[in-house]
Write a new protein. Structure first.
Length: 450
């Protein structure tokens, strides 16, 4: 057997926090993965490192799965794709969009792996209507703590299947995934922009547009006018049909455009994202979007992945990195909970560079993040007082029955997490019952005691 490629280096999630010295292994075959499981015992799998925090880091053994990047088969009559877990979403899109297929569910970046999408049960701008990624998984294969390759689905090893989806890699190492893709006619999205004056109006618009396939809102968190707290730009979207394109676009309706990326080559100074700069930016951004054309056709990449067009955009937060706070608050409490969070941020004058609101639909799942309600995501540069402020945001979220997205978490404490999600004890018991808790662990699972 060849010498297994390995290295010792510092790893972090996309946010740059925390950053830990880690033993990283790069297997190329399932036999090598099985060997690592049996020899190292305490480990976690890692895809493309796009989860924000410490969920794909194990200091003892982090198994990098990027070598498992083959598209294995595709059925054009059903849209069923079978691929290895290390395949990056961008490669799926670039391969199948020109043939008229697109993922049913996509997160805000196309640089995530298929295995990571399963482990996080990612959601998109269409959860209110079409649910999370789990709705489009046919089956998965994973390697358990004994080195056995197990296929599971709704009908086969269903308990393992349901706990693996959203289980953050803590039930085994995902090796292969079968998913269903959506048939589309063009590469374009019909976008409708709606400007709102405050959080009440924002929620009202969301509730009145539940028939839209995609919806997302950018929120101005630094508007200190009490009547304007939570003013937003809502962006609705639909896949454009061929007959809705202009003459030029009809010549290449399923085009993949080669776009030149912008890059941030240096870390910005810590003072850059201060309240004054962010307030000016938010005001200009809100004005520009509110006055721009309400209805237009937009390229798929620009609608789903606006930040992917900038390489290493996390560097704007400085060398210390940033923290994303993302919670979901159940529908009955959404308005009260979101209002209190936004009022608190306005009062403390803390700048969130990126503030995004989405509506979730109903979902029953073992351990996935979404539940019917509203999910708010906020990005904060790491500064002296930010952890105290985030602790207060945690308290507000829990007060209204909210819970937290593990794919974005890097600092929630175990007491708050267990209080926020009563399902955690069942997950812990499943891991113990199947002897998974001593093998598959991350910095996050240790921090949260799951």
């Amino acid at each position: 057997m060849r010498m297994l490629n390995q290295t010792k280096k510092k790893l972090s999630g996309w946010s740059g926090f925390p950053n830990k010295q880690t033993n990283v292994f790069f297997p190329s075959t399932l036999k090598e993965v099985i060997k690592l499981i049996k020899e190292k015992q305490n480990l976690i799998a890692r895809g493309n490192g796009r989860s924000y925090g410490d969920s794909s880091i194990n200091e003892n053994c982090t198994i990098d799965m990027k070598n498992f990047n083959k598209l294995k088969s595709f059925d054009s009559s059903s849209g069923i794709l079978i691929a290895e877990a290390g395949v990056v979403l961008e490669d799926i899109i670039k391969t199948f969009l020109p043939k008229g297929w697109f993922p049913y569910v996509t997160p805000g970046s196309k640089f995530v792996t298929l295995g990571g999408m399963v482990a996080c049960d990612v959601h998109g701008k269409n959860h209110h209507k079409e649910g999370s990624f789990s709705n489009y998984i046919e089956w998965i294969e994973l390697i358990n703590n004994e080195g056995n390759l197990i296929r599971c689905s709704d009908n086969e090893n269903s308990d393992l299947f349901k706990w693996t989806i959203g289980g953050m890699g803590l039930t085994g190492i995902i090796s292969t995934v079968s998913i269903k893709l959506r048939s589309i006619e063009t590469s374009f999205i019909k976008q409708t922009k709606i400007a709102t004056k405050n959080i009440n109006e924002t929620i009202e618009i969301f509730e009145n547009t539940l028939d839209a396939t995609y919806s997302v809102a950018w929120i101005d968190c630094l508007n200190h006018n009490i009547e304007g707290v939570g003013r937003s730009i809502i962006m609705l979207g639909e896949h454009a049909n061929y007959n809705e394109l202009d003459t030029l676009d009809k010549k290449k309706p399923l085009i993949i455009k080669e776009k030149k990326k912008k890059s941030i080559i240096i870390y910005f100074p810590e003072w850059f994202l201060n309240n004054w700069i962010m307030k000016v930016f938010n005001s200009v951004y809100y004005f520009f979007l509110s006055k721009s054309k309400k209805n237009n056709l937009i390229y798929w990449d620009d609608y789903f992945y606006p930040l992917d067009g900038i390489n290493d955009w996390y560097k704007i937060y400085g060398k210390k990195g940033f923290i994303q706070f993302q919670c979901v608050i159940p529908l009955d409490n959404s308005k009260k909970g979101l209002t209190e969070i936004l009022n608190y941020l306005s009062k403390t004058k803390v700048a969130s560079f990126l503030s995004v609101l989405k509506r979730f639909g109903k979902q029953e799942s073992n351990f996935s993040f979404p539940t019917e309600g509203y999910t708010l995501a906020l990005d904060f540069p790491i500064k002296e007082n930010i952890f105290t402020i985030l602790d207060r945001l945690d308290e507000i979220a829990v007060k209204y029955g909210g819970r937290f997205y593990l794919a974005k978490d890097s600092r929630v404490n175990r007491k708050v997490f267990k209080e926020s999600d009563p399902r955690v004890n069942k997950f812990i018991n499943f891991r113990k019952k199947n002897n998974l808790d001593s093998n598959f662990n991350s910095l996050q699972s240790n921090r949260l005691e799951i």
